[in-house]
Design a binder for this molecule. Structure first.
Ligand code: ATP
Ligand code: MG
Length: 401
């Protein structure tokens, strides 16, 4: 083996295998001015060794008849280990069978005959080296593409992992929020029940203690009035009786606001009727009532919620609407209770134009939600405001004492 030029490792490597040292020398001399790194071997075995230790090679040029083997067999072995290496046979034997065997067995790319034309040999070398380089750069491109593809696959996987992690986190947060929300609702519902109970017991106490005693006082004063003839005393007793009457009326109002007896005793339909007529009387706004609810079918919690919602809707009409007429409709259809309260006032402003820190509508909506229902407040096209409530009726029957 000998080094023909002083090229770097990037320089194409060519191996020439021939048992004739004169041929090796001649080719080396001929290739010296050209940009190749030329190795030579006197046998196939030596050639194999050089291929193993000095590769990678662009091109192997082999003699056909060699002491240890033939060129086609040698190149066949070369192709098995280094399939990309370009392979050329340079032989004095140019008969058909040798040519065929070289192509079939050795998978050779060119077959040149001795003596060779130097121009032709150089052309073949240049062409096959360029071929090898083109193929190699295509392979490098494919390798690069494969690497990029792999990178994409990994990045994609990481993204998918991230998205799935985020989705899991979001789902967890959503569930936690939902739980917190439902706990808040339960708490709200419980607080509401407590408030109603408390109102009921305060109302009972005021009724039993205060109203009863005042009634007794009123009776005593009336008896005295009948007995006392002295004008000054009679007039004072008359004043006391008037004051007692006035206080009794105030107590009745407080009692009605705390817990209208009518709701507990006569049920929702009667309570709505009372509410509408009380509102009309106080505010001089007539209310047209159309209620076909069967009070016995409305559970007391739902009845209380509907009652409180109606109270707030009427208060809003009184405070904000400027209406001179209102309607209240309540009915049940397919197990859903509907309540619609409308006025002919100025209509409801958009959410962003409403007064901040107002909780009436929010409270109505919360009450509706506690009963698994929904409540909307909107402006009517004809002018005025509509409050619409829908609550699933409960099969549990209200018990009216
Ligand atoms: N029937 C109505 N007609 C016109 N505007 C209304 C009517 N009902 C409500 N509004 C408007 O909606 C706003 C919000 O009503 P909401 O009941 O929530 O609060 P509020 O009545 O202002 O205060 P509060 O918290 O004491 O109830 C009111 O300030 C008012 O501007
Ligand atoms: Mg209000």
């Amino acid at each position: 083996m000998s080094l023909a030029t002083n090229h770097t490792s990037m320089v194409p490597r060519i191996l020439i295998v021939d048992d004739d040292p004169a041929i090796l020398k001649s080719i080396q001399r001929f290739l010296r001015p050209h940009p190749y790194w030329v190795f030579s071997a006197a046998s196939a075995a030596e050639g194999m060794e050089i291929l193993k230790t000095e590769g990678p090679f662009h091109l192997v040029i082999s003699d056909y008849l060699m002491p240890d083997t033939t060129g086609d067999k040698f190149l066949h072995d070369v192709a098995i280990t280094w399939p990309d290496v370009r392979r050329v046979i340079l032989s004095a034997y140019a008969d058909r069978s040798v040519l065929l065997s070289a192509i079939n067995e050795g998978g050779v790319h060119r077959f040149l005959t001795k003596p060779w034309h130097t121009r032709k040999l150089l052309e073949v070398i240049e062409e096959l080296v360029a071929d090898y380089d083109a193929e190699e750069s295509a392979r490098a491109g494919i390798r690069e593409l494969a690497q990029k593809h792999q990178l994409l696959v990994v990045t994609n996987q990481q993204l998918e992992d991230l998205v799935s992690q985020r989705t899991t986190d979001l789902e967890q947060h959503r569930q936690q929020l939902q739980e917190a929300n439902s706990q808040l609702r339960q708490l709200g519902s419980h607080m509401e029940e407590l408030r109603e109970d408390e109102r009921r017991s305060i109302a009972r106490e005021i009724h039993d203690e205060l109203a009863q005693s005042l009634s007794a006082i009123k009776l005593d004063v009336s008896t005295l009035l009948n007995k006392v003839k002295e004008p000054k005393l009679h007039s004072s007793l008359g004043g006391i009786k008037e004051q007692v009457d006035h206080t009794l009326a105030t107590i009745q109002r407080i009692l009605a606001a705390l817990r209208p007896v009518v709701l507990d005793e006569l049920g929702l339909a009667a309570a709505l009727e009372w509410l509408a007529s009380d509102f009309s009387r106080r505010n001089c706004i007539p209310v047209t009532l159309n209620c076909s609810l069967d009070s016995k079918l409305v559970p007391i919690q739902i009845a209380t919620s509907i009652f409180r919602i109606t109270q707030e809707a009427f208060t809003n009409i009184m405070r904000h609407s400027g209406a001179y007429r209102a309607t209240l409709r309540a009915w049940q259809e397919d197990d859903i209770i509907y309540l619609v309260i409308e006025d002919n006032g100025i209509g409801i402003p958009d959410k962003e134009n409403r007064r901040p820190n107002s909780f009436g509508i929010l409270g109505m909506q919360e009450r509706a939600a506690l009963c698994n229902g929904s409540l909307s407040v909107s402006s009517l096209e004809s002018g005025g405001t509509q409050v619409m409530l829908q609550i699933p009726g409960d099969p549990v029957r209200e018990t009216i004492p």
